[in-house]
Design a protein around this ligand. Structure first.
Ligand code: CMP
Length: 143
């Protein structure tokens, strides 16, 4: 079953959007297999956003993601990586369509409410960075 890593960013947590965001993915039909409210260390932030290291906004990005609690999640389901990206909307909330999470709740690119893995390789990498294997549940034995 395909899995992806999603994270409500500090702005989304502070604006009480965790429930709204979880609800959207539940109603779509995806299954939550792991979740935790946590603070991100500088080290984890730099590793998670490593591909942006050379960007001028890297420092701002690390400062922001470590500025308050985040809600880290793993979701599973058919085509969940691409589908979650569609449900999140474009990275810059200015370009995100109404009906998407960033279109409905975001205003600026640096505080865009949610992060989601953009490919199977990043999903695997990001899930491994944030979760141990025994923190993910298994629904396959449900009777
Ligand atoms: P995210 O999907 O978490 O991945 C990288 C993040 O960098 C992105 O969401 C944005 O929040 C952030 N970002 C992209 N462009 C800029 C920018 N110009 N200034 C600040 N942050 C940015």
């Amino acid at each position: 079953m395909e899995k992806t890593f999603l994270m409500v960013k500090p702005d989304g947590v502070q604006r009480n959007l965790i429930g709204e965001i979880v609800s959207r993915f539940e109603k779509k039909g995806f299954q939550l297999v792991g979740a935790k409210l946590m603070s991100i260390s500088n080290e984890l932030a730099e590793e998670h956003y490593g591909e942006h290291k050379e960007r001028p906004f890297f420092g701002e990005l690390v400062d922001f993601i470590t500025s308050g609690p985040v809600f880290a999640m793993v979701w599973q389901g058919d085509n969940v990586i691409a589908s979650a990206r569609q449900m999140m909307g474009k990275t810059n909330p200015k370009d995100a369509a109404p009906g998407t999470i960033r279109g409905d709740f975001g205003l600026i690119v640096s505080k865009n409410v949610i992060h989601g893995s953009d490919s199977p390789a990043s999903a695997e990498r990001e899930i491994g960075l944030f979760f141990k294997e025994n923190e993910l549940v298994d629904y396959s034995k449900l009777v």
